[in-house]
Design a protein around this ligand. Sequence first.
Ligand SMILES: Nc1nc2c(c(=O)[nH]1)N[C@H]1C(S)=C(S)[C@@H](COP(=O)(O)O)O[C@H]1N2
Ligand SMILES: [Mo]
Length: 251
Amino acid sequence: MNFSIANLKFSRRAFLRVFSLSALASLIPSKASGIGDYRNDKNIPKQYIQNRDTPGFHIRSANPFMGVDTANWGLVVTGMVKKTIALSYEDLFGFKLHSQVSRLKCVECWSAKAKWEGFLVDDLFDRVQPDPAAKYVYFESADSYYESFTLEELRRDRVLFVFKMNGQALSKEHGFPLRLIVPFKYGYKNIKYITRIEFTDTRKRNYWFNNGPYSVDGTIQPGIDHPLDFNKKPLPINGGEVFHPFDKRPS
Ligand SMILES: Nc1nc2c(c(=O)[nH]1)N[C@H]1C(S)=C(S)[C@@H](COP(=O)(O)O)O[C@H]1N2
Ligand SMILES: [Mo]
């Protein structure tokens, strides 16, 4: 008896989760119509997350954003999978915890390292059971940002879904409640505020391919300067120093 009551509760709860996700879609600024380019808006409230150079670890958020409220947050994993799932914030703590120290390297010439904690890609992917024909994984986040990977590169070592940074819950600036850490890719591939993951058989593009000079691939290449695709030509690093042809040399 208890068993069936528990099951009933669970499915009702799962239903409510999916239901609240569709309500959430209308609240996410990215999905709302009529919002212009925040970057030109001089009236952005101070508490908005935006690009900021801070000691220890800079903040890069392409679209100023208020941050995620866990009551409305959910993660949907869908597309070419056997089972679409929806996770709530508490569900993140149901995975086996893994941790690593790794460095995030932004194409804007800074990097920083942190201790990251979260769960393995395969521990999430095993729950949805991707179709063998699925070759790509597309990510969307609550701030209008999106990324794209091959399934194969996500399955490499040291790729981690993280909800803790340096022993604390991920801060609202650094991607609360969930981000991806891919140490062998430039910072822009390390997507924050993830809300949706979709398995596909064709490649979708990412935010910085569509809005800047950066590649969809975004792999950090030793001996090559970033931006990787500046003028669509990789720039060699001269004597270990990162420079651009337009950088002034000291006289
Ligand atoms: N959702 C989302 N993820 C994002 C970004 C963003 O604007 N939105 N910026 C990217 C860039 S360009 C970098 S360098 C890193 C920076 O991470 P940080 O803000 O935690 O330092 O986040 C990446 N992930
Ligand atoms: Mo970046």
